[in-house]
Ligand binder design. Sequence first.
Ligand SMILES: Nc1nc2c(c(=O)[nH]1)N[C@@H](CN(C=O)c1ccc(C(=O)N[C@@H](CCC(=O)O)C(=O)O)cc1)CN2
Ligand SMILES: [Mg+2]
Length: 289
Amino acid sequence: MTARILDGKSIAMMLEEALAKQSAALEKRAGRKPGLFVVLVGDDPASAVYVRNKTRACARTGVNCFESILPASTSQDELLGIIDEANAREDVDGILVQLPLPAHICAEAVIDRIAPEKDVDGFHMLSAGALLTGQRTLGFRPCTPMGVMKLIEEAGVDPAGKNVLVIGRSNIVGKPLAIMLLEKHATVTIAHSRTTDLKTLARNADIIVAAAGRIGLVTGDMIKPGALVIDVGTNRKPDGKLTGDVDFAAALEVAATVTPVPGGVGPMTIAMLMKNTVESAERRLAQLP
Ligand SMILES: Nc1nc2c(c(=O)[nH]1)N[C@@H](CN(C=O)c1ccc(C(=O)N[C@@H](CCC(=O)O)C(=O)O)cc1)CN2
Ligand SMILES: [Mg+2]
């Protein structure tokens, strides 16, 4: 059996084409493009790549990108001041602070300083609460879980009644994704570093989402034949190449559908960021007197 490879890059490009039309129509009504304010602190090379990919996606989707690239020595108070300024700007619909931040800065304090109506990363406490309580008109949903849900839909799999194993319990991926899957009536198990017998849980799963950040975590013998396997991992191998958490070649032999790394979840994350930004601009325009 050779699984279908779900091409996140081309799905993301199709979504971005639709968003470009939506933002062009919005620009005609509002007299300005949607605006995204992107903050990068420090010199983490991976973060620099992700921010560059986001600014390119802004260009493709007709979103104005305002970049604030700050040295690693930036203080928390300086950063909070920059957030306050972006919160007050009329031409900024979305604000994102690229994570991780340098160790001397408290990420939670910075994220919660972002005006909730501009929290297009969906990391603010209000967005998390809205997700947990199923409110769709308040806050935003985090981009990677949104991208995973879209990939599941594109795979033609309805999560209702399915056993889904989410490996990883981060605030960015595992926890919000579990809530979104529950909303779609899946039976969700969250596995993490203290989970015993991951193999038995995985063998029972109709859908596996691997988001633990460990090369080779999901091996072929852990996958139920015919399962959908979504790989959120972005790990660097010693040769510098990017790889996921799943043994991709082995998964192809057992699963029905598998996402690749690169070219799976990553581009979907960025497309969903653009979606949230355009949605924020729509909401803010609708509230003008
Ligand atoms: N403020 C945020 N910080 C972080 C987030 C986030 O959603 N918001 N998520 C991750 C990193 N991330 C987005 O920022 C992200 C990671 C990977 C990709 C991606 O497109 N990956 C490509 C490969 C890119 C490469 O060559 O390195 C792929 O998988 O095809 C996009 C976004 C942590 N921080
Ligand atoms: Mg990917």
